[in-house]
Design a protein around this ligand. Structure first.
Ligand code: KG4
Ligand code: ZN
Length: 326
């Protein structure tokens, strides 16, 4: 039995969780800073770092209390070392190193994007090769997953992440930040074919994404004072049809036997409905594991500890981590 403490501070959620053997969640504490960043219309990096420093000790206590464990019961400390905001990453990394040194327990490095995909497979073994679809506030990527820990990048966004484009369009529509969930709600009341929006294509890279032109088209349409419900529905449909067509292409290319969906936009019901049309088993995380959380970090940390082993205490934060492109 291996009990792993996970730490997540890549963006604006401070998460500490305790997970046993990679799948049994004993606690999953998340403190969101979203209400603070709302005033800025997005994440203010320096503020995020300061709030992580404040929240980490209290979240650790909360996670131990929820799991009814003491620090001495923890076998290893897993930390998200990237990708994410440099300052925010450093707060979690230093906290993790302090715990690892103080407790004489191994430190384990976890890639946050991989963890989003792992969240979908935490309680059920997926069929490999799987198509990984990462849709978060910071990332949009298609990956070939041969097994947990073995990934190849097939395509990614060249500008905005899909969640980021939802957040930006939501602001244009006067919705609160982060805007993905409120935008989905508004879209339910609108016509998805009211406006002929389209997401971008990237020349020579059919599996790459571009959402910045779509965002500009929405802005120009909003200037004409249309029904906001119709704008929300048409934007959402355009973004997801683009994602679906590229996911279909990637599925064919790699002969995927299942699809692993990860990241905050995985909460969206219309997206799940569309991905089901690919007719391969869809593995999506439960609601508590879609947004940034440390349970997915501790869960993947268990696998990493067994495969790649402990990380050096010199482990550095990596704001950008590249996957190998196929
Ligand atoms: O995975 P996550 O916490 O962020 C990163 O790691 O970057 O995802 C947050 C993103 C935000 O952009 C948020 O607007 C979006 O997920 N989101 C949604 C929904 N719920 C959250 N987007 C569309 N529909 C939703 N229901
Ligand atoms: Zn994330």
């Amino acid at each position: 039995m291996t009990t792993i403490l996970g730490i997540e501070t890549t963006c604006d959620e401070t998460g500490i969780a305790i997970v046993r053997d990679g799948h049994t969640i004993l606690s999953n504490q998340v403190a969101s800073q979203a209400s603070v960043h709302e005033a800025f219309g997005g994440v203010f990096p320096e503020v995020a770092s300061r709030l992580h420093v404040e929240a980490l000790p209290r979240m650790l206590q909360a996670a131990l209390t929820e799991a009814a464990l003491e620090l001495k019961d923890v076998d290893a400390i897993a930390v998200a070392y990237g990708p994410g905001l440099m300052g925010a990453l450093l707060t979690g990394l230093q906290f993790a190193k302090g715990l690892a040194i103080g407790l004489h327990k191994p430190l384990v490095a976890v890639n946050h994007v991989e963890a989003h995909l792992f969240a979908a497979a935490m309680n059920k073994e997926p069929l490999f090769p799987a198509l990984g679809v990462v849709v978060s506030g910071g990332h949009t990527a298609l990956l070939q997953i041969d097994q947990i820990g073995s990934y190849k990048l097939l395509g990614q966004t060249i500008d905005d992440a899909i969640g980021e484009s939802f957040d930006k369009v939501a602001i244009m529509l006067g919705l609160p930040y982060p805007g993905g969930a409120p935008l989905e709600k508004l879209a339910l009341l609108g016509k998805p074919d009211a406006f002929p929006f389209r997401a971008g294509r990237v020349q020579g890279k059919p599996l790459d994404f571009s959402f910045s032109g779509l965002k500009t088209a929405v802005l120009q349409t909003i200037a004409k004072n249309p029904r906001k419900e119709d704008v929300a529905a048409s934007f959402q449909e355009a973004a997801f049809q683009d994602l679906l067509s590229k996911a279909r292409l990637a599925h064919k290319q790699i002969g995927a036997r299942s699809l692993l969906l990860g990241g905050g936009v995985a909460n969206n019901q219309r997206l799940r409905e569309l991905l089901l049309t690919l007719e391969i088993p869809l593995f999506a995380p439960p609601p508590a594991l879609t947004l940034d959380n440390a349970a997915m970090i501790a869960g993947l940390g268990y696998f990493n500890l067994q495969t790649t082993g402990p990380a050096s205490l010199l482990l550095d934060a990596s704001p950008r981590i590249a996957f190998d492109r196929k």
